[in-house]
Each structure stands twice: as C-alpha cells, then as structure tokens.
Design a binder for this molecule. Structure first.
Ligand SMILES: [Zn+2]
Length: 207
C-alpha cells in the first residue's frame, strides 16, 4: 500500500476505535505489516496507509512482528531523549523526548486482550504509532524546527539550518538600490510549511 506523506491531511485526523475484528480487518493488518517491512520501518499506523482505524503494526529487530488493535497506553514512566524518524516524513530525523517505560494494552487478531510493559525502542515505537492514531506526528514534539535534521546531507546540499532567512520588502518610494528604505523582516519557516521534497525557494513562495 502507498504510504501517505506529510503534509497529507489524513495524518492530522483522529482514528476510530475498532469494534469488530473480521477477516477483512485482519487481512488489512497483514497488508500493513508487509507495507511496513518493505519500507524498512519499525512501525506503521493505519492512517499512514489511508484508513482512520486504531490499528498499528510494530516490528522491533529480533522480535516477532505485531498487529495491535485499539492500542492504549495505561501508564508512562520517565523521560529520555531519543532520535526519531517517520515513514511519512522521509529524509528527516529529530531529537525528541519519549518515556523510559510504558504499560500498554491492545487486542490481537484473535481478539485476545494483551497487557504488557515495554521499554527502549519498543516503547518509543508504540508511543510514536499511537500518536499517529490521534493525528500527532513526532515533529510536534520537537522543541523547535532546529531539532529536525535532514538525513544523508552532502556538503554541497543546502542544510536545513539555512531555513532562517531575511526578506527585503521595498516600500513604494524606495528604489531597488535603496536598501535603507526597505523593511527587513526576519522569518523562520515554520515546520508545517516545509514539505519533505521542497527546496527553500518553494517554501519562500508560500509566505
Ligand atoms: Zn510515523
């Protein structure tokens, strides 16, 4: 299934609780697993493949893949800084805070209620995917846009730090050369205006 990318509006919507676990839903869960694995992701949430349902898939290295229906975090403990990325925001990672440990529960495809405690990458992935079910993206947890890093940056490439820039707006009476008559506005591009594939030129057109 194609993975929806930021700023697709579906990523900002809240997903519906699942009341009936039928054959089609289970098949959708396995399709999500396959999509996640072929994208080399650790987790995937249903809205990322276009369905506003409370279902996520997780696969932590050396663990069995999991399909979680109506996943829910009942307790969070502690806070730690982690590096995070998202299949819907390709090419970027950021440092954010996540819990050290969580208690969570979900229904599996056999309708059994599973309760468990998770730490490290597993708890991080579950917090990330449950956020997706509530229309929240990890980029919302960044303290500022400067915490977002472009991956695979080459020396010649414009680095994300360069998004802080100045705009010169001439008033009616000023000539092109008369910069002292210009109003100078410093503007930081808000994260919400940066599309993962847009250059700085594209972004400045939206202001
Ligand atoms: Zn994500």
């Amino acid at each position: 299934m194609p993975i929806r990318k930021f700023p697709d509006p579906i990523l900002r919507k809240k997903s519906e609780k699942i009341f009936s676990i039928d054959k089609d839903l289970i098949q959708f869960g396995y399709d999500m697993l396959e999509t996640m694995q072929s994208a080399k992701g650790v987790g995937l949430a249903a809205p990322q493949v276009g369905k506003l349902l409370r279902m996520i898939t997780i696969q932590i290295p050396e663990n069995d893949p999991m399909i979680m229906i109506n996943p829910y975090i009942s307790n969070k403990e502690g806070s730690r800084e982690v590096q995070e990325g998202c299949l819907s925001v390709p090419g970027f990672t950021g440092i954010i805070e996540r819990s050290i440990k969580i208690d969570a529960e979900y229904l599996d495809v056999n309708q059994s209620k599973i309760k468990f405690t998770a730490q490290e990458l597993l708890s991080q992935a579950i917090e990330h995917e449950i956020d997706h079910l509530n229309g929240i993206m990890y980029t919302d947890h960044l303290k500022s846009h400067e915490d977002l890093h472009k991956t695979g940056v080459t020396p010649d490439e414009t680095h994300w730090h360069d998004v802080g820039y100045k705009i010169h707006i001439s008033n009616d009476k000023s000539t092109k050369d008369d910069l002292s008559m210009c109003e100078v506005i410093e503007k930081k591009i808000e994260l919400s205006k940066i599309k993962s594939d847009s250059s700085l030129d594209d972004a400045s057109l939206e202001i």
